[in-house]
Design a protein around this ligand. Structure first.
Ligand SMILES: Cc1cc2nc3c(=O)[nH]c(=O)nc-3n(C[C@H](O)[C@H](O)[C@H](O)COP(=O)(O)OP(=O)(O)OC[C@H]3O[C@@H](n4cnc5c(N)ncnc54)[C@H](O)[C@@H]3O)c2cc1C
Length: 315
């Protein structure tokens, strides 16, 4: 583990940091608590139905990000959303394809939940649930910031007061995602529906998107207000509260519903820098709270993080 950089989190920010560092010759190891990679780029299967349950598409504005996206496009992992009038990209066959492609060639340990970070001399000791200790020269945190700060606090790591205060202000809003199957085909437009009011703010038919080839499978994202108020409810209660609105929007009756709770769905504030690197701690922070609350923002934060570290490691 001599001079290894451990990256916590295999979402867009963590994986792109890892790939960019790997390309620059650094030794990287990614630790991910979930069974799959992608974080909020997530796909769920329920029987025959398949749903993109987190990010639905991404946009590309920055030329550096565009270069990565063209590579994924060549690899067949992403494509422009054909039916969309906007310039939107989707994963092929689903959004997690982007993360799977980004994981190639680097070591990603899944089901490795970090529970505590401590500094021992010049090294980091990373405690991983059921897997013991991993040591590293550098650590990059890409989990939502409150979760990253908790890992440091548990290990008794004190950050500079001003930075700690700035990071502690970064909040996230929740989103309840209701994944529904139907009693017949949906009448949703192929590129989904965005609403600015009501309890349902987004609806897309994953069958029309190409994610769920065998059957209609609709992802509903509920409003930030509804999600915060009803976060603890079960799927039956949530469905009953939104059923009428959802069925009117979809144009068909709902057969089954599965609920996914995103506690840290959207970064509500963006930190003034794209990443934070503390050379004296050999510790970094990246993620969408730094680059902006979208897939592209997370990617740009990861790329900035990798560049900081590349310069540091070449000293
Ligand atoms: C419902 C929803 C809809 C969205 N829609 C869009 C959209 O249409 N377009 C768009 O551009 N963006 C969208 N977003 C936002 C976008 O998904 C995020 O901005 C982006 O994916 C964040 O990437 P990230 O790498 O910063 O964080 P994450 O994807 O959250 O990655 C962090 C990773 O860290 C892991 N982790 C956390 N704690 C630990 C631990 N202790 N040990 C190990 N691993 C840990 C997590 O499991 C996760 O994989 C949406 C988000 C949600 C939730």
């Amino acid at each position: 583990m001599e001079n290894t950089t451990v990256i916590i989190g295999a979402g867009m920010a963590g994986l792109i940091t890892a790939q960019a560092l790997h390309a620059a010759g650094a030794r990287v190891l990614v630790l991910e608590k979930s069974r799959g990679v992608g974080g909020r780029l997530a796909t769920k299967r329920v029987g025959e139905a398949v749903f993109d349950q987190g990010a639905q598409y991404f946009t590309v504005k920055d030329p550096a990000f565009a270069t990565w996206v063209s590579r994924w496009q060549e690899a067949g992992a992403v494509a422009p959303w054909p039916e969309s009038a906007h310039r939107r990209f989707i994963g092929r066959p689903s959004m997690t394809a982007v993360a799977k492609t980004l994981s190639e060639g680097i070591e990603v340990r899944r089901e490795h939940k970090v529970s505590r970070l401590t500094q021992v001399g010049e090294r980091w000791c990373i405690e991983v649930e059921n897997h013991g200790l991993i040591c590293a020269a550098q650590v990059i945190l890409t989990a939502p910031v409150p979760q990253s700060l908790a890992l440091l606090a548990t290990g008794g790591v004190k950050l500079p007061a001003l930075l700690e205060a700035g990071l502690a202000k970064l909040n996230y809003g929740p989103c309840l995602a209701l994944l529904v199957t139907l009693n017949g085909p949906s009448r949703l437009p192929a590129d989904g529906v965005t609403k600015t009011e009501g309890d349902v703010r987004w609806a897309a038919d994953n069958q029309r998107k190409g994610v769920s080839p065998r059957m209609a499978a609709v992802t509903l994202h509920l409003s930030p207000e509804f999600s915060a108020l009803h976060y603890g409810l079960g799927e039956t209660e949530v469905l009953e509260l939104v059923r009428q609105e959802a069925e009117e929007l979809i144009g068909e009756s709902i057969a089954t519903a599965t609920l996914h709770r995103w506690k840290f769905a959207y970064a509500l504030e963006t930190y003034p820098e794209r990443c934070v690197w503390l050379p004296e701690y050999r510790l970094g922070f990246a993620g969408d709270a730094f680059g902006g609350p979208r897939v592209e923002g997370a990617a740009l934060s990861g790329l900035a993080m990798a560049e900081c570290l590349r310069v540091e490691l070449s000293k």
